[in-house]
Design a binder for this molecule. Structure first.
Ligand code: KG4
Ligand code: ZN
Length: 353
């Protein structure tokens, strides 16, 4: 079976992974968290430089993990968007040069298709399914009737879910990225301690909104100076998971999908995973180490693309803003037509999806 190498440098993690079919044989991620921590967020220029610094070492480590050499690699893939353009360019150029110099096929991969494909590492998941992607840069619901066809049925109108976790964690004095730290703190608090808003509760569509929730926490902290941080964290986590689960449930009912894939960094959240287990649809989540950005998920998506008959593409450029639906299936009908069946869907998307 072919050995596929995948690279992701869309943000602040340098990820290189290797897969054979749906088996992940290597997954190495060099995190830049300590570099950006003191700024409270990712500094794009620093991220690009650091990707360049560590790329060779990450590749060597991934090959060693797979007990392979470059001679064993059959295809190379890299994320081409969306993401930070300078960071994307490093991985894309590196991957393309590697493939070209060794006469291998090269596949540019959409970052979100990588997140969706990451679930393949947990076992067999077959379309049709609904997919919730919740990460630091994206929060969207996709209907996936077949591999390679992605219809966005809902998206955040403001902050992504992970972004909300990061911002509220910062308000609570927790380090970046805030999701894991806030979630850990929430374990000692009560989810019912504070009654926080559930934005868009009465909408007909399937969008999300999290910026009001962040404002509610700012107000809460100003008005209740003795609020237990663990209670604040637990109530916030409950509000986010409630919004994600409720809207996803409604979308599943509207589309008739019985399978749900949950991917992206926020899919690591234990409370969210637990809440979804109580729903009537079957839930598929990636292994924990593949929820946040990594190269193996890009290799898994490339394997899918190879199975669909996709061949090399040397022409694409790094794309900071890139909708998934219109790029992944060139033969599919235009986006607007494909969005019709579910109705009342927002096309507004500040995150570039
Ligand atoms: O997918 P990802 O690595 O990067 C993007 O593509 O954005 O997601 C990172 C995001 C961060 O915002 C981080 O705070 C969040 O995922 N995250 C979590 C958890 N682990 C990571 N959010 C909530 N609970 C977690 N356990
Ligand atoms: Zn991501």
């Amino acid at each position: 079976m072919a050995l596929v190498l995948g690279i992701d440098t869309s943000c602040d993690d340098t990820g290189i992974g290797l897969v054979r079919g749906s088996e992940v044989v290597a997954n190495v991620v060099a995190s830049q968290t300590s570099l950006h921590n003191r700024f409270g967020g990712v500094v794009p220029e620093q991220a690009s430089r650091e990707h360049l610094n560590v790329m060779d070492a990450v590749l060597d480590k991934a090959l060693a993990q797979a007990t392979a050499t470059l001679d064993d690699v059959d295809a190379v893939a890299a994320t081409y968007g969306p993401g930070l353009v300078g960071a994307l360019l490093v991985g894309l150029t590196y991957g393309r040069a590697l493939a070209w110099s060794r006469g291998l096929p090269f596949l540019p991969i959409h970052h979100l298709e990588g997140h969706i494909a990451s679930t393949l590492a947990s076992g067999e998941v077959q379309p049709p399914f609904l997919c919730l992607i919740a990460s630091g840069g994206h929060t969207s619901l996709f209907d996936v009737p077949t591999w390679g066809t992605y219809r966005e049925v809902g998206a955040t109108r403001d902050d992504a879910a992970g972004e909300a976790f990061d911002k509220v964690a910062r308000l609570l004095g927790l380090p970046y990225p805030g999701g894991p730290a806030l979630s850990h703190l929430a374990e000692g608090g009560s989810p019912e301690a504070f009654d926080l808003p559930r934005p868009l509760r009465n909408q007909r569509g399937f969008d999300f909104s999290f910026s009001g929730l962040k404002t509610a926490i700012v107000t809460l902290l100003q008005q209740t100076s003795d609020a237990d941080p663990a209670d604040v964290a637990a109530s916030f986590e409950e509000a986010v998971t409630d919004s994600l689960v409720t809207t996803t449930r409604r979308a599943a009912e509207a589309t008739g999908r019985e399978r749900l894939v949950v991917a992206g960094g926020v899919a690591a959240n234990r409370r969210l995973r637990a809440r979804f287990q109580n729903e009537r649809f079957k839930v598929y989540v990636p292994p924990l180490e593949l929820t946040t950005d990594n190269g193996a998920m890009i290799a898994l998506a490339a394997q899918l693309r190879l199975d669909l008959g996709t061949t090399s593409d040397w022409t694409v450029d790094a794309q900071p803003y890139l909708p998934l639906a219109s790029t992944s299936d060139p033969s599919a009908p235009p986006e607007r037509d494909r969005l019709q069946p579910v109705g009342n869907i927002s096309t507004q998307n500040p995150k570039g999806l």
